[in-house]
Design a protein around this ligand. Structure first.
Ligand code: FAD
Ligand code: UDP
Length: 372
């Protein structure tokens, strides 16, 4: 008999199992249909000994001290400034757009004020906040930079035009007029020093937690008794797609090991306008691992269908209206807590999922205290 069945062993499931077991003494059974813990953040050493992120690069970043303190119980940190380049028109560009990019474009040294004046000229004025990802970019930098860096990358990644996607999608990428060339803007940027998987092992090491891998939660739910459930899989799958399938994007990862210390000049190079892949990631730049060989991963976006991995919810008006119906069902479902990127159908980063799981735990603990 378990207090909680936890479906999914990514950040959402692992944080909740750890909190419930260590703080409330609950017995938790965590089930994942994959053969490993960590969800999409899983990392492992490949055949050449390179620590790789199996499901795409996972750059941990956050502004939340609570999240840092919580995860810090299970890992030391390796601080990194994540640096990315973009390959366009036959050359590497500083990316995200910043003063260095502007200098590359105009071909001479420039100041922030000159860049601001140029952007003021190039930007397309809009009334109110941007309504979609095209407006989010052109209202800041105009058509030329939009077409150089954003338009085709986004079409490749989402199989939709930026004008069909919520402003938040391209809005993830900062645009700066100073020389800050970090890909991300959060104040804390670091990787777990020994990798994500080691951190998850420690989180799940509490004696009140059991983990079953390689099984669908439904199979396990039919065999064991439990009181409550935490569900972190796709919300439409939980309800047997009764309101139709939510759209997702999937990816194909093509790893290649190369007999050289480094392959490319940065951890990530984006390819907006060339090739079928969107980016080449060489995670060794970020992990700081010292090895004479390297592994790169090319990322090919692909159409999703049932049976594939639903990596990305698609932030657009059509998916929102379907999700709203599932959210209503989820709210009404007794004894089940829906948490995480797929269960809430939101393009969340890891720290946001950790924060959400900690908040859910606080609600559960408060309800338990009130009932006691
Ligand atoms: P997941 O990690 O998806 O875990 C859910 C788990 O549930 C999965 O392991 C799945 O196998 C399991 N599951 C689903 N259905 C069932 C079932 N029926 N039975 C049993 N198990 C089931 N975030 C960042 O902060 N920084 C980044 O740089 C970053 N890069 C990313 C790059 C890519 C390519 C992707 C796809 C995501 C990236 N993210 C990044 C987002 C990050 O992966 C998520 O925020 C985080 O992993 C979400 O955790 P989760 O527990 O909600 O979901
Ligand atoms: N994007 C783009 N060009 C780039 C990088 C990103 O157009 O060079 C857009 C694209 O739509 C992408 C979104 O910005 O999906 C978010 O990019 P991010 O790198 O955060 O994507 P993730 O790492 O989540 O795949």
């Amino acid at each position: 008999m378990y207090d909680y069945l936890v479906a999914g062993c990514g950040f959402a499931g692992a944080v909740l199992a750890e909190r419930l077991a260590s703080q409330l003494g609950k017995r938790c059974l965590v089930v994942d249909r994959r053969d490993h813990i960590g969800g999409n953040a899983y990392d492992e050493h490949d055949a050449a000994g390179v620590l790789v992120h199996r499901y795409g690069p996972h750059y941990f970043r956050t502004d939340s001290q609570r999240v840092i303190d919580y995860l810090g119980q299970f890992t030391e940190w390796h601080h990194v400034d994540y640096k990315v380049l973009s390959w366009s028109d036959g050359q590497f560009w500083q990316f995200p757009i910043n003063l260095n990019t502007f200098e590359q474009l105009v071909g001479h040294p420039a100041t922030s004020e000159e860049m601001q004046r140029a952007l003021e000229e190039w930007r397309v004025p809009i009334d109110g906040p941007p309504r979609n990802s095209e407006e989010a970019v052109v209202s800041q930098v105009g058509w030329e930079l939009y077409e150089k860096f954003f338009k085709n990358y986004t079409r490749k990644q989402w199989q939709r035009d930026p004008s069909e996607l919520d402003a938040s999608v391209c809005g993830r990428i900062p645009i700066r007029t100073n020389r800050d060339d970090r890909y991300l803007s959060e104040r804390f940027q670091a990787l777990p020093a020994e990798g994500y998987t080691k951190m998850f092992e420690r989180m799940l090491g509490h004696p009140g937690i059991e983990v079953v891998l390689g099984k669908d939660y439904r199979e396990v739910a039919a065999e064991v008794k439990f009181d409550q459930m935490i569900y972190t899989g796709p919300v439409d799958a939980y309800f047997d797609h009764c309101h139709g399938e939510l759209p997702y994007r999937t990816l194909e990862f093509e790893p290649e090991t190369i007999e050289r210390e480094y392959f490319q000049p940065a951890m990530q190079v984006n390819y907006p306008n060339d090739h079928g892949f969107t980016r080449i990631v060489e995670i060794k730049h970020a992990t700081g691992q010292k090895l004479p060989v390297t592994t790169i991963v090319r990322e090919y976006p692909a159409d999703y269908s049932l049976g594939k991995e639903p990596y990305y919810p698609v932030p657009c008006p059509a998916s929102k209206s379907i999700y709203t119906r599932y959210a209503e069902l989820a709210r009404a479902e007794k004894g089940v807590t829906f948490v995480g990127r797929l269960a809430r159908y939101r393009y969340y980063n890891m720290d946001q999922v950790v924060a959400m799981a900690l908040k859910k735990f606080a609600d559960i603990a408060a309800a338990a205290a009130a009932g006691a």
